[in-house]
Design a protein around this ligand. Structure first.
Ligand code: ZN
Length: 282
């Protein structure tokens, strides 16, 4: 084996960008022939039910949840590196997390939309903005997501300064210590998208995000790592807008395939990890 990529896209805008993504994103992944998981906000799914039902008919696209209204499950406090500007701040940037009551009612509403539109509940959840340690330090929130049926989480997507990149040495693991050994955290590694790479790295104007991604792919293959790779539907209303991302999607997917890296959707990866765990226990 030469590593695994879990490609996940947050389809969250609840406007024409999301619809554009269901068209151009779907076409691109079908052309590439690799599986991808779309984490859709309930609000987006509710607004465009037909477009997402059509996307899920593709064997390559799996739809999972990104909360109903894009609420933060935890507060984030970004410590801006010396001399940098991140989210217009030079020292700290804070964004407050929702209360437990808000989280429970938002996620219930999100599951209700999945049932109405797709006839099933979501089993995987991406936490908006993502957090250091995911929900590892919040067993109270884990209790809520467990009760609502989520089994795979993508909530660990920041480092100890609530910044990025998230290093590959932090690999997926079950929330066993917290008392939820059946809930798996898959993280979001590296930068959460091209715009975050620009925000945190301030690269030279001619630097290409995909060249950075290729270096990550080299490490994934050499060290047989799992890489949870993230992108968004932002700016994807038109074919031209989508191509800002489509170009690097195609280039990194082909590069990774040449290295022998495999692509998995989230439930297949969860099942594999659960079987491995059961095997170890037996
Ligand atoms: Zn999001």
């Amino acid at each position: 084996m030469a590593g695994t990529i879990l490609f996940g896209i947050d389809v969250e805008t609840a406007n024409e960008n999301a619809v554009g993504f269901t068209r151009h994103g779907l076409e691109t992944f079908e052309e590439l022939g690799v599986p991808v998981t779309w984490y859709v906000t309930g609000k987006t799914l509710e607004r465009y039910p037909d477009a997402f039902r059509a996307a899920e008919e593709s064997d390559l696209v799996e739809l999972q949840a990104h909360t109903y209204d894009h609420i933060l499950l935890k507060t984030i406090l970004v410590e801006v590196p010396e001399g940098q500007v991140v989210h217009d701040s030079t020292d700290f940037f804070m964004k407050q997390g929702a209360s437990l009551e808000e989280i429970a009612s938002d996620l219930e509403r999100c599951q209700g939309v999945f049932e109405r539109v797709l006839g099933r509940r979501a089993t995987a959840l991406t936490g908006p903005w993502c957090y250091y340690r995911g929900l590892g330090d919040r067993p109270d929130i884990l209790e809520i997501v467990d009760r609502l049926g989520f089994r795979a989480l993508r909530t660990f997507g920041r480092d100890e300064r609530d910044g990025q990149p998230v290093p590959l040495r932090w690999q997926p693991r079950f929330y066993r210590v917290q008392g939820f050994p059946h809930i798996l955290e898959i993280l979001i590694h590296d930068y959460q998208d091209d715009f975050y790479w620009r925000e945190f790295v301030k690269p030279a104007p001619d630097a290409r995000y995909v060249d950075h991604l290729k270096e990550v792919a080299d490490r994934v293959a050499a060290e047989d790592r799992v890489w949870s790779l993230c992108s968004h539907d932002h700016g994807c209303a038109t074919r031209e807008g989508f191509e800002q991302k489509g170009e690097w999607y195609r280039e990194i997917v082909r590069y990774a395939q040449d290295l022998g890296i495999r692509f998995l959707p989230i439930t297949a990866y969860y099942d594999e990890m659960a079987a491995q765990k059961a095997g170890n226990a037996g």
